[in-house]
Design a protein around this ligand. Structure first.
Ligand SMILES: NC(=O)c1ccc[n+]([C@@H]2O[C@H](COP(=O)([O-])OP(=O)(O)OC[C@H]3O[C@@H](n4cnc5c(N)ncnc54)[C@H](OP(=O)(O)O)[C@@H]3O)[C@@H](O)[C@H]2O)c1
Length: 240
């Protein structure tokens, strides 16, 4: 997919990785970048077109799809992480909220924009996923489950959209230096690096991006995850 001259819509474009996507798309010659945000007044990237968009609100999603008929690249970036364990969380509220944004929000956007992308020769969808799509860490157990669901969804829509020629790119990364990971004390990837690799993949037609060594190691260990990954996770959880 040619980024030069493309028309992109980025969800959660007001900060973090979404803001980096918005800026980089303009730098790479996108003709227009719609910066979707719950508060479009918070969009700061010069040259972007702020658009009100809450991915959990069906009317907001439908209205965006009605108005933005020229989109050929959808970046499903909006996400939340509540930092909740699966069992010790006081209620299901955090788990439901994470599914609402990370899974149902992503699905709603893909459903609404699939016909728009089809009308422009197929285009592309980028899903911001995670190393935690592959591995459940119990301190963020419900977030990881929502990202696993979003990974499955990404693989599923790739199949369903193949007939209309839409490229579907899943981007997996460990910690990224944004507000979401502000309380994490560990090495973090720069948002610009995530976006550089993601947009290179769109340009090259690559379907999966494993941004960093941690993520590549986890994906490679999946066939033997119960032996290679979960014993360490359990040890760390027991001694926390
Ligand atoms: N940071 C990491 O370590 C990391 C690692 C792997 C994957 N990711 C994924 O990368 C994506 C971007 O994360 P980030 O690090 O940039 O997080 P962030 O700095 O917390 O930004 C999240 C963005 O999502 C938006 N958002 C939240 N709920 C929304 C909704 N209902 N509708 C529309 N937008 C909504 C936020 O808007 P408001 O400003 O209105 O809240 C904000 O713009 C997420 O999908 C995240 O899961 C992040």
């Amino acid at each position: 997919v040619n980024l030069h001259g493309s028309v992109a819509l980025v969800t959660g474009a007001n900060r973090g990785i979404g803001q980096a996507f918005t800026r980089a798309l303009l730098e790479r010659g996108a003709a227009r970048v719609y910066a979707g945000a719950r508060d479009p007044g918070g969009v700061t990237v010069e040259g972007a077109d702020p658009v009100p968009l809450d991915v959990t609100d069906p009317e907001s999603v439908a209205s965006a799809a009605r108005r933005l008929r020229d989109v050929d690249l959808l970046v499903n970036n909006a996400g939340i992480a509540r930092g909740a364990p699966l069992l010790a969380a006081p209620s299901l509220a955090d788990a439901r909220a994470e599914m609402e944004v990370n899974y149902f929000g992503t699905l709603a956007m893909a459903r609404a924009f699939a016909p728009v992308l089809a009308a422009h020769g197929g285009g592309a969808i980028v899903s911001m996923l995670s190393a935690l799509s592959f591995l459940n860490l119990p301190a963020v157990g419900s977030y990881a489950a929502s990202k696993a669901a979003a990974w499955s969804l990404t693989n599923g829509i790739r199949t369903e959209l193949a007939g209309q020629g839409t490229l579907v790119v899943g981007v997996h990364v460990a910690f990224v230096d944004t507000e979401m990971a502000a309380r994490i004390d560990a090495p973090k990837v720069a948002p610009d690096e995530v976006v550089r690799q993601a947009l290179d993949a769109v340009a090259a037609g690559t379907e999966e991006v494993l941004v960093d060594d941690t993520t590549r190691g986890i994906k490679a260990a999946l066939p033997r995850d119960l032996e290679l990954l979960y014993p360490d996770v359990r040890r760390q959880w027991a001694t926390r």
